[in-house]
Design a protein around this ligand. Structure first.
Ligand SMILES: NC(=O)c1ccc[n+]([C@@H]2O[C@H](COP(=O)([O-])OP(=O)(O)OC[C@H]3O[C@@H](n4cnc5c(N)ncnc54)[C@H](O)[C@@H]3O)[C@@H](O)[C@H]2O)c1
Length: 317
């Protein structure tokens, strides 16, 4: 089914989700709170297109066409009037999202899928005040949405199979890698795994085993590289399940089971050291380090996208 996409919210995630769709050839309407927010989002789209163009991922002609497929508006009615699929990317506040789903549920026909980009709220909770709950679910894009392929599709208690199928097929048409969750669990798949790693990293540092820099290096130069090719289960299969079982037996009981952040992390947060955003955290974020790391990460993600693109074209030829 050809979907007519609308995005609600033009912030960090909203405008890059819209860019992803437009890059894949879809026209998309984006609702935003005001003209200032639209200016920021328009500039964000242009900046990202500049980087994509300088990396040979889009041509100058394609660039103009992509930007032309994104229409920003402050009129919610105009934004959703012809939509068959709505992706919501407004701030992460349950009460706010609930009000919005009640409103969108009233404004959009029963067949229109309403998908939240929430980082971790439950789709069942988000749709609590809506009448037509069968079309409400989560499509969780990762930041930066135009460069990270994964989208976690999370169903609520009353989400229909049809809404999930339509989400999967829309996301595939946007060149994304959608993964379906059969149950609504806190943190979906990747945040559960990411935070298990983050807890253990904090624990290793707190025990004085290695410095923060060395723990980061140990991950980056080992499993960081390998996990991009083989996930945890395939890695275990390739390493030998007998070996992984034996290690699990002695290691699991020794791993952290802390139920919150550990001391060093708590101390940073309590003292207002939030990391890159205000210059200090586990690292001292000088403007040079910040710029270098932003560029390095972006270049790596772009290199992966190029590989994905080559793979797709090899598969179709
Ligand atoms: N930032 C991330 O890394 C990230 C990653 C994945 C998912 N998410 C989720 O995506 C959603 C949007 O996050 P973001 O980082 O793009 O936020 P953001 O603050 O950058 O943008 C939110 C946008 O929502 C709109 N908005 C602002 N106030 C509003 C209000 N009171 N009512 C309705 N709309 C309003 C505006 O267009 C604003 O630009 C959140 O649910 C967030 O948890 C964020």
């Amino acid at each position: 089914m050809h979907e007519q996409l609308s995005v609600i919210g033009a912030g960090l995630m909203g405008h890059s989700i819209a860019l992803t769709a437009a890059w894949a050839g879809l026209s998309v309407k984006v609702w935003s709170v005001d003209s200032q927010d639209i200016s920021r989002a328009t500039a964000g789209v242009q900046e990202k297109l500049t980087i994509l163009e300088s990396n040979g991922l889009v041509t100058p002609d394609e660039r103009a066409a992509i930007a032309g497929r994104i229409a920003f508006t402050v009129s919610l009615e105009h934004c959703v009037s012809s939509a068959t699929f709505v992706i919501e990317a407004i701030p992460e506040q349950l009460a706010l999202k609930q009000q919005w789903y009640e409103k969108l549920d009233r404004m959009c026909g029963e067949d229109v899928v309403l998908a939240s980009n929430t980082s971790g709220l439950s789709p069942t909770d988000i749709g609590r005040q809506a009448t037509h709950k069968h079309r409400i679910l989560v499509t969780h894009f990762w930041n930066p949405a135009h460069l990270i392929p994964l989208v976690e599709v999370v169903r609520g208690e009353e989400t229909s199979n049809r809404a999930v199928e339509r989400s999967m097929s829309l996301l595939q048409s946007m060149n994304k890698k959608p993964v379906e969750l059969k149950k609504d669990v806190l943190g979906s798949i990747v945040n559960r795994l990411q935070y298990a790693l983050f807890r253990e990293a904090q624990y290793i540092a707190e025990m004085g085993v290695a410095s923060v820099e060395d723990i980061d290096a140990a991950v980056r130069y080992s499993i960081g590289r390998r996990l991009a090719v083989t996930g945890p289960f395939m890695t275990a299969d390739m390493g030998g399940l007998d070996v992984f079982d034996s290690i699990s037996t002695y290691l699991f009981p020794d791993l952290s089971t802390h139920s919150g952040s550990l001391a060093q992390m708590r101390e940073h947060v309590e003292n207002g050291r939030y990391g890159q955003k205000n210059g200090q955290g586990f690292y001292q974020w000088t403007p040079e380090l910040s710029q270098r790391m932003n560029q390095e990460r972006e270049q790596e993600l772009i290199a992966w996208l190029k590989k994905d693109k080559r793979k797709r074209s090899n598969e179709t030829t």
